[in-house]
Design a protein around this ligand. Sequence first.
Ligand code: GLU
Length: 322
Amino acid sequence: MKKGLFCSIALAAGMLMSVTVAQAKTQFVTIGTGGITGVYYPTGGAIAKMVNKKKKEYGIRATVESTGGSVFNINAVMNGDLEFGVAQSDRQFQAIKGLAEWKDKGPQEDLQAVFSIYPEAVTLMAAVDAGAHDIVELKGKRVNIGNPGSGHRQNAQDAFVAVNIDPEKDLTVEGIKASEAPSLLQDGRIDAFFYTVGHPNGAIKEATSGARKVRFVSINHVDELLASHPYYAKTFIPVAMYPGAQNEKDVPTFGVKATLITSAKVPDEVVYAITKEVFENFEEFKKLHPAYSTLTKEAMLEGLSAPIHPGAMKYYKEAGLK
Ligand code: GLU
C-alpha cells in the first residue's frame, strides 16, 4: 500500500517534471502579416503550418497575427514585439538603408532577411464610373493609398511622382486599410484604391464581385521610376483571375516581392527550423496558395537587401543553395 502510494507520487512528480521541461522548451514565435483578405495572412499561416508540424522535434510553436502590413511588421520585429514579419522587398531595402519611413530612425541594423516568397503587383483598382483606364486619369478622384503601416502607401506615392500627379492638389487621398477598401469602393465612398499584393487575393475578389463595376487601372510611364529604384520591376495584373473585373487584357504595372524578415536577435535555431521546413517541403508549401505557383527555391533567395539571418544561411549552405 505504502509502496504503491510512493510509486504514484513519484510517477505524478515525474510527469509534472516532464511537462515543465517540455513547456520550458517550447519557443513561441509570431509572424506579422497583413489584412486577412490579403496574401500575407495566408502566407504567415502556410509558413507556421510547415514548422508547427515538427513541434515535437523543434519545440517551436508559430502563430500568425493580422497587422497593418510591411512597415508595421518591420517596426514590430525591430522592437521585439514580433519575431518574424512578411514585408515587401522595397520596404526591406528602405529599412536597412534608413530611407522612407525610416529616414528619421536611421538604418535598421538588426533587420535580417530569411527568404523572399512571391511577386506582388502594385494594384490600382477603380470604379468603372470613375472613367480611369490609366493612372494619369485619376485626377480629381478620391483614392485610398493605404494605412501608414502598409507597404503600398509608398508605392502609390512613387507612382504619383512618376506620372506627375500631386496628390495634395490633384486627388482626395484616403489612408485606410486595404481590407476595408473594397467595401468603401462598392459603397461609393472612394473611386479607387492601391494595394500592393499577390494574386489572386480575397480583397480584390471582394472588390470585383459587388454591384458597382470595377476595373484594374494600368500604371504606365514608370520607366524612369524603375531605372532609379532597383527594387521595382515591370509586371502585370493577371485579370483572368477575377472574372468580375471589367478588363479584357492583363494590366501593366510595376511590382516587388513579398519577403520574410526577422531580427538578428531571433535565435539561429528558430530561423533555421523555419527555413528548413519550408524548403524541404517545398512542393507541399507551393500548393498552399495559388500566388506561389511560379516559386522556385533559387528565386526565393533573390530580392533580399538585408543580410541573410545566420540560421537561414546555415540551411542554405547545407542545401547547397549558397
Ligand atoms: N503588401 C501589403 C503591405 O505591405 C500587404 C499585402 C498582403 O497583405 O498580402 O502592406
